[in-house]
Design a protein around this ligand. Structure first.
Ligand SMILES: [Zn+2]
Ligand SMILES: [Zn+2]
Length: 338
């Protein structure tokens, strides 16, 4: 089968690999219908994460179940499924409390930018759609696999709700879908921080009421100006750098909440800053599995259209161009068709 492999920073190739097979009775193998490049794939692409060996890429996926292991009961061959980037049993105490990404049996799912994918712990990880979805719903269902679920968690972690003012740091797909999540959760005001005209437009479409183009201290100052000097109730952080974390913390009012979902890279929070801020911090890898049934339902009923974050679609063989387009910020997010 064809699969996307990263050999070194900037060096992504589509190569022939063995088709994955069932290894454990709890596995499923799915035939991918669509996959995509994640903002987090750009960390190794840009050399910010080290690669020990050539790595199969991709962790966001929708597909059709091809084969199941002997113990799999919840999904059947032929079903259309959406899964999370972290496989979970969905039965342990941590899963039952809603933190499937912290499952005691969690495993990473990788290699989804390919024709086929092995999904461990299939019963706890995959959610089947009630029927084969329409073609135009595929991008939105793919978004549910990570970026929508992650934006949703950021909003939950930041305690977004009716009457609240929300600020979103980061205008990648997760930040933009954090705006959508905040809108669905009833936020009164949503401030998107973005300096890119097309991303600002999408943020507005998803429900942003204000746009702040400034970043860092200037961005914080602007948020304070827009909130009577107090800061936002809820701030979603979807970047993962020192600057974006401090921007999020400083833009939050005393007693407010930061939901941080940008994969943290060299973030070191000054204790004094944190101590005097009075903010709640909650975040990490999103428990996407918890939200999948609800998100799939909202998408299939046509209530949300998160698939709009995909502004470029390419055949799998052009995965190297997909990485380049996202790295150069020519595309927000690229969908790959195997
Ligand atoms: Zn991702
Ligand atoms: Zn678990």
């Amino acid at each position: 089968m064809r699969a996307t492999i990263m050999h070194a920073p900037g060096d992504v190739r589509v190569e022939d690999r063995d088709k994955p097979a069932i290894q454990r009775p709890t596995d499923a193998v799915i035939k991918l219908v669509a996959a995509c490049v994640c903002g987090s794939d750009l960390w190794p692409y840009r050399g910010a994460d080290k690669l020990a060996r050539p790595q199969p890429m991709g962790h966001e996926y929708v597909g059709i179940v091809e084969e199941i292991g002997a113990d799999v009961k919840n999904v059947q061959p032929g079903q259309f499924v959406v899964g999370s980037f972290i496989a979970s049993d969905n039965t342990c105490e941590i899963c039952r409390s809603g933190y499937q990404s912290g499952c005691v049996h969690r495993q990473g799912v990788g290699g989804a930018q390919a024709e086929y994918l092995r999904v461990p712990l299939a019963d706890g990880t995959l959610v089947a759609a009630p029927e084969m979805p329409d073609h135009e719903k595929i991008p939105s269902l793919l978004a549910a696999s990570d970026v929508l679920g992650t934006g949703w968690f950021a909003a939950k972690a930041a305690e977004v709700g009716p009457g609240k003012t929300v600020a979103v740091v980061g205008d990648g797909a997760v930040g933009l879908l954090g705006v959508l999540a905040a809108q669905r959760m009833g936020a009164e005001r949503i401030i998107a921080m973005s300096r890119h005209v097309n991303r600002q437009a999408l943020a507005r479409e998803f429900g942003a009421t204000d746009i702040v183009a400034e970043r860092g201290d200037a961005g914080v100052k602007k948020i304070k100006e827009l909130t009577g000097g107090l800061g936002a109730h809820s701030v979603l952080e979807a970047v993962g750098t020192q600057e974006s974390m401090l921007q999020a913390i400083h833009a939050t009012r005393a007693g407010g909440h930061v939901g941080f979902v940008g994969v943290s890279h060299d973030v070191a929070l000054p204790g004094r800053d944190l101590f005097s801020s009075h903010v709640h911090l909650h975040g990490g890898p999103a428990p996407v599995r918890q939200y999948l049934p609800e998100l799939i339902d909202l998408i299939l009923r046509g209530e949300i259209n998160p698939g709009k974050v995909f502004d470029l679609e390419l055949p799998l063989d052009q995965a190297p161009e997909a990485y380049k387009a996202m790295d150069e910020r020519r595309a927000i997010k690229v969908l790959l068709r195997p």
